[in-house]
Structure formats: structure tokens, C-alpha cells
Ligand binder design. Structure first.
Ligand code: ADP
Length: 482
């Protein structure tokens, strides 16, 4: 891999500030999803190494927590600067292991860095309260203290940002955090660790544990009474398992799970703006984001025009290796492509119609055509399941209340989007949607300042924003007699 700074490509885990192999020397390969080429070989850590990392974190966290917020902010700020300085290399590593186009990868690196900058600033603002006691001779003080040792399990679709938005607030709050990156994309995590080391973040409080056996490592992390909190981003299915595994030790949990985002286009929408928002929300990262529009609900009066314009734009998207100037890279792996095949076949079998795409891309591999399906209906799997691919199913609706009812008819509740030029209608609809985030006349909702998270079975807690650090803080109340 061609990097300006080749030392950013690490093939060891990062434990206690050291670049380490697995005890038994076990490894696994990291592949380029665009070509199948082997990019690197990283340690396959097991239970013993995980236990050791937990003990190291436990010892190191105490000293880290004793620093002032301002003192913790300084290395975080340096880490942010280094990420920005090395953004091109970080983007290259990401594109190679994850597949997203280089420009998108660079965008993610900057977005990922923004969480470190933001929480470096927030570190200085963790303060308590003094409250008026109901009795005249007593006082109440409220402290906010770090949770302690935390663990993060992260997905492959945002190999950098899903790490920094957990590690940033954890370190700012005075916690230690062990990160288990997705097995498909450990290289971005390790490059971030190299920069954290250069920035002066103590090796004990941020460690990166690579493994091909997520179940075993997840089991050790959740069983440990020392690990006081788990932050997980991934599928609802795995989230449920980790929640159950965390029950015996009553861990704090942040869960950012699956989505099934509705994208509602009302008759009065600005059509071009709605199409533009749909393109961003649907095809970014080849449809592999948890906030991707999954179900388009389009009002009858605008349906045909929306379908035609969206399909025309989708058909123009260039698909290819993310190193080339393309809009869509490959899907992450064969199971991801298989799922898209199944969902499209199910929809077509039940009466949906292909407006554009609908097939594997001529490039082969896991490349899939940007697709628009019309005449989709609620009995199809695309209405209920997360597609995680570049397929836009368009459902027709007549009345506003039908759109809301259809949008809410899912166990998920992460993001929703709506397009309307009528303020009351937009407000009314946004209030009625059972989700954690609503994009109103915009297809892009993620940034470090807005609280990101879901309701229902899309998860628990919020990441980013001034609220994000609370996930890593405990409240302690002191009662004084004066
Ligand atoms: P995806 O379908 O996006 O790969 P997953 O929920 O399977 O989502 O994966 C997200 C993260 O969870 C990855 O880091 C993966 O290794 C990890 N993971 C998967 N299964 C388990 C498990 N049983 N215990 C702990 N972590 C797991």
C-alpha cells in the first residue's frame, strides 16, 4: 500500500502502548474488498490477551482520571491535529480495507477527527452541581466521575469514526477504553492508535485488540466485572447478545444498532432537493450505513416524477474501485451481496419493478448496480429489513397519516428523513416519527455536534454532542450537614 508515512500501516495489536502479536502467534488476513488482495496480516488475540489488556486498563485508568480535564484535553487535541495532518494516508488505508471511494474515506477521516476535537473541548467542561437542599442546614453537591474501564466493539462501515466517537468521550471523561475493531477493517483502528501514541495518550487507556473471534473476545469483555461499560455499534442481533451478556455484571451500555430509515417525500417537496437528499442518504458508502434511507415513501402526486429523476441520477453513478474517481465502491463482502440479491429477488417476486439497476455490476466481485425499485409494498422484505446496499425501494402513499404509520411500522427507530416545504407538516411529521434523528429537507444528519442515536430496537444512548460524554460519566451525590 502506497502511503506518505508507511509506519501508519500496522500489523500488530496495540496493547499497553506496545505493538504486540498474539501469544500463540495466531493471525488473520485483511483483504481489499475491491480486489480480494491481501493487504495485511494482524494478530488474532484470544481470551488471555484480552484479560491482560483489561488489567492494564484498570491500573492505567486511575492515573488518567486524576488528571484535570484540561490536562486530558491536550493529548486529545494533538491526536486530532495528527489525524488531520495524516488524513490522506488514513483515507488510503480506509479505502483499501473498506472499499469506499477515496473522497468519501477522506470525508470520514475528517468527520472522525472532529469527535476528538469536540471531546477534547468538552473534557474541560465536565462539572458538577450544587443544589439547594430542602432542609436549611444541609447542602447537596453533585460530582460527575468517570465510569472506569470501558470496552468498544465497532463495525466495518465507518472504520475510523465509529471508534473516535466512543474513544473521544471516554478519554475526555477520564475512562480507559479497549477497542475491538471489526475483523474486516482493523487497519484504520491501528493507524489511529499509532497517532494516539505519537500524541502522548497513555498506552494503558486506549488499546486496540484485533481478533477474528469476536464471540470469544466479546464474551471476555462482557463477563469482566472490571469493564464497567460497553459501547457497541453494529447489528441489532449482536446488540441483543451483548446486552444479555452484560446483564450479570449490570454494565452501562451504549448501543447503536440497526436502522430501517424511512425517507418521506410529500407532494409539496422541492423535487430536485428531495432527489439530491435521497442520493446522499441512499448511495453514500454504497448504501452501507445504519442511517441510509431504507424505505422511500413517496406521495402519489409526486411519485412518478421522483422515481424517474432518482433513477436517472442513480444510473449516472460511477461504480468501481474506490481508488479511482467513482461514487460507489464494492460491498464489503459476499454475504453482504447475497443479502442484496435475496431482498431484490423477494421484491421482484412480489410485484416490484426495476426502474434502474437490479443486478450485479459488470465489474463482478461484490460490485452492485445502483438500483431503484418502484411499486414496492409492505409485504416485501425490503420494507422490514435493513438492505445495507445501493437499492432504493419506492413505496407509494396517499395521506400524511399513512406515511407516518408506515414509517413507524418497524422495530427499528434510528433515523428518518422527510421532504416538504410546509413547515407545519414537517414539524407534525417529525414529532410523530418514532426515531432518534430526523433529517428535514436534508439527507445528511451526522456531525459531531448533533446527538446521534436511536429509539426502539435501534439502541440506547447518544453519541457526539454535549450529551455524548454523559455516557462515560457517573453521577455521585454528596449530602452535607453544615
Ligand atoms: P455487521 O453485520 O455490520 O458486520 P455485526 O453486528 O456482525 O455487524 O458486527 C459489528 C461488530 O460486532 C464487529 O466488530 C464484529 O466483530 C462484532 N461482533 C459480531 N458478533 C459478535 C459477538 N457475538 N460478540 C461480540 N462481538 C461481535
Amino acid at each position: 500500500m502506497k502511503l506518505l508515512d508507511p509506519t501508519l500501516l500496522k500489523q500488530n495489536a496495540y496493547l499497553d502502548g506496545q505493538w504486540a502479536a498474539a501469544d500463540a502467534g495466531a493471525t488473520f488476513d485483511v483483504l481489499d474488498p475491491a480486489t480480494g488482495e491481501r493487504l495485511a496480516t494482524v494478530p488474532d488475540l484470544g481470551a488471555a490477551e484480552t484479560e491482560r489488556a483489561i488489567r492494564v486498563a484498570e491500573a492505567g485508568q486511575k492515573a488518567w482520571a486524576k488528571l484535570s480535564g484540561k490536562e486530558r484535553a491536550a493529548p486529545l487535541r494533538r491526536w486530532f491535529d495528527l489525524m488531520v495532518q495524516h488524513a490522506d494516508d488514513l483515507a488510503m488505508i480506509m479505502t483499501r480495507e473498506q472499499g469506499k471511494p477515496l473522497a468519501e474515506a477522506k470525508g470520514e477521516v475528517i468527520y472522525a477527527a472532529s469527535f476528538i476535537e469536540w471531546f477534547a473541548e468538552e473534557a474541560k467542561r465536565v462539572s458538577g452541581d450544587v443544589l439547594a437542599h430542602p432542609q436549611a442546614d444541609k447542602r447537596i453537591a453533585v460530582l460527575r466521575q468517570p465510569v472506569g474501564v470501558c470496552a468498544a466493539i465497532t463495525p466495518w462501515n465507518f472504520p475510523a469514526a465509529m471508534i473516535t466517537r466512543k474513544v473521544g468521550p471516554a478519554l475526555a471523561a477520564g475512562c480507559a477504553i479497549l477497542v475491538k475493531p471489526a475483523e474486516q477493517t482493523p487497519l484504520s483502528a491501528l493507524a489511529l492508535a499509532e497517532l494516539a501514541q505519537r500524541a502522548g495518550i497513555p498506552g494503558a487507556v486506549f488499546q486496540v485488540l484485533t481478533t477474528a473471534d469476536a464471540r470469544t473476545m466479546g464474551g471476555v469483555l462482557t463477563a469482566s466485572p472490571v469493564v464497567r461499560k460497553l459501547s457497541f455499534t453494529g447489528s441489532t442481533e449482536v446488540g441483543r447478545i451483548l446486552m444479555a451478556q452484560s446483564a450479570p455484571t449490570v454494565k452501562r451500555l451504549s448501543l447503536e444498532l440497526g436502522g430501517n430509515a424511512p425517507f418521506i417525500v410529500f407532494d409539496d417537496a422541492d423535487l430536485d432537493a428531495a432527489v439530491e437528499g435521497a442520493m446522499i442518504s441512499k448511495y453514500r458508502n454504497a448504501g452501507q450505513t445504519c442511517v441510509c434511507a431504507n424505505r422511500f415513501y413517496v406521495q402519489a402526486g409526486i411519485y412518478d416524477r421522483f422515481a424517474e429523476k432518482l433513477a436517472a441520477k442513480a444510473a449516472e453513478l460511477k461504480v468501481g474501485n474506490g481508488l479511482e474517481p467513482v461514487a460507489l465502491g464494492p460491498l464489503i463482502d459476499q454475504p453482504a451481496l447475497d443479502k442484496v440479491h435475496e431482498l431484490v429477488a423477494d421484491a421482484l417476486g412480489k410485484g416490484a419493478r426495476v426502474v434502474t439497476g437490479g443486478q450485479d455490476h459488470a465489474l463482478g466481485g461484490t460490485f452492485y448496480q445502483p438500483t431503484v425499485l418502484a411499486d414496492t409494498t409492505p409485504d416485501m422484505r425490503v420494507a422490514r429489513e435493513e438492505i445495507f446496499g445501493p437499492v432504493a425501494p419506492l413505496f407509494r402513499f396517499e395521506r400524511d397519516e399513512d406515511a407516518v404509520a408506515l414509517a413507524n411500522a418497524t422495530e427499528f427507530g434510528l433515523a428518518a428523513y422527510l421532504y416538504s416545504q410546509n413547515l407545519s407538516r414537517a414539524w407534525r411529521t417529525a414529532e410523530a416519527l418514532e426515531v432518534g434523528m430526523v433529517g428535514i429537507n436534508t439527507g445528511l444528519i451526522s456531525n459531531e455536534v448533533g446527538p446521534f442515536g436511536g429509539v426502539k430496537q435501534s439502541g440506547l444512548g447518544r453519541e457526539g454532542s454535549h450529551l455524548g460524554i454523559d455516557e462515560y460519566l457517573e453521577v455521585k451525590y454528596l449530602a452535607f450537614q453544615v
